[in-house]
Design a protein around this ligand. Structure first.
Ligand code: CU
Ligand code: ZN
Length: 192
């Protein structure tokens, strides 16, 4: 009789230990799930690109990209330009190591679309149209773009920004025939 009781007690203890282990394992799994969710939501709300001269120009400036609902607000302050229109794009690579900016590659185009104007439904994500410099060679422009994203698939973080010597004609494939690259920048995460 006493022996039977001992066996029952041992069985009970073993069951309790197994249950405790299972609970602990589930807790660890839940923790892992939570931290994965946090990593999936990087929550980048602002980015910045500091343009430095390329190809021997004096073009320099700062472009900020700020989350604006479903859009991204672009604010550009650039100087050292010739008066008039200058092609303004996000390029595939955040690489300004080549003196002529060629290391930034072509227009950022994760959707495989043709080159176009900012208002076109079919366009390179990087097609931001033209900057219009005044007689003083400066431009300040603000606009919100529906195609740019700061995080997730197709985000612009780590890509390049190029300001061109000539106008973007908004139709010539795949460059807009905007000429040389006068300034280059890398898009980085900014303090919100
Ligand atoms: Cu370009
Ligand atoms: Zn383009």
């Amino acid at each position: 009789m006493r022996r039977k009781l001992e066996i029952v007690a041992l069985a009970l203890a073993a069951t309790l230990m197994l249950t405790a282990q299972a609970v602990a394992q589930n807790k660890t799994k839940d923790k892992a799930k939570t931290s994965m969710k946090m990593e999936q939501a990087p929550g980048i709300s602002k980015a910045v690109a500091v343009l430095n001269p390329a190809s021997g120009s004096n073009v320099r400036g700062v472009v900020t990209f700020t989350k604006d609902g479903n859009m991204v607000k672009v604010v550009a302050d650039i100087e050292g330009l010739t008066p008039g229109n200058h092609g303004f794009h996000i390029h595939e690579f955040g690489d300004c190591s080549a003196k002529d900016g060629s290391s930034a590659g072509g227009h950022f185009n994760p959707a495989g679309a043709p080159h176009g104007a900012p208002a076109d439904k079919q366009r390179h994500t990087g097609d931001l149209g033209n900057l219009v410099a005044g007689q003083d060679g400066k431009v300040h422009v603000e606009f919100s773009d529906p195609m740019l994203k700061l995080d997730g698939a197709g985000a612009i973080i780590g890509r390049g920004v190029i300001v061109h010597a000539n106008p973007d004609d908004l139709k010539t494939q795949p460059t807009g025939n905007a000429g040389g690259r006068q300034a280059c920048a890398v898009i980085g995460v900014a303090k919100p």
